[in-house]
Design a protein around this ligand. Sequence first.
Ligand SMILES: [Zn+2]
Length: 268
Amino acid sequence: MSPLTDIGANLTHASFRDDLDDVLARARAAGVATIVVTGTSVADSGAAALLAERHAGVYATAGVHPHHARDCDPATIPALRALAARPRVIALGECGLDFNRNYSTHLEQERCFVAQLELGIELGKPLFLHSRDAHPRFAEILHHYRPAKAVAHCFTGGQAELHAYLKLGLYIGITGWICDERRGRHLLELVHDIPPDRLLVETDAPYLAPRDLRPQPKSRRNEPAYLPHVLGTVARALGRTIDELAAQTARNASVLFGLPPADSAMAQ
Ligand SMILES: [Zn+2]
């Protein structure tokens, strides 16, 4: 199989503290050659950047998740700007809107999102975007700012939302949500609407372990080694081969994030 790229894994999460090297080794053994570690706060993004600097084939994003938007203060954007200058930090985010949990107010979320959008556009960095139950407001803001390169990570929405994002030029990240027979079924149909050159796959580890993994992992923790399972589900839904889709999604990730080809990342 062609080397895979997991465009979103929260490897700074505490659940990976004790066995990160094993997790990375299993990912590599499973064919996942490139991993983008998600930064969700200033401190966490610093940890993600360090992790990326220490491991071949690992990159990081720098951003503030909408859950943490209430912590955005005048020091946040300068801190993200400094992180974005580090060579393994390849995108701004994750940033966006989450009107499902509302850990921060909508106003706090919008301010923090817009500040990161402006920074990403100024720096010419792609944006790693999170949107949950925030359509159409999320699309309205993007329509105004129009980042040149961005991905709607962990897409779980419906058809209208998908088409709005595609019209905005977004890449679409598909997670193990598509393997969830209770709430992900609609995605098996919707993935047909995603142009092949805009499709990305991700685990969002440690969250969203595919529900149909057999045998079920003892811990409920998701990890990048399960990415081929997600990719296989997408390939079956699309009637494409796993190999074809692995190569396509890895190529898309390289284009979006400006990554070197996976083979050279592995050889580093
Ligand atoms: Zn997210």
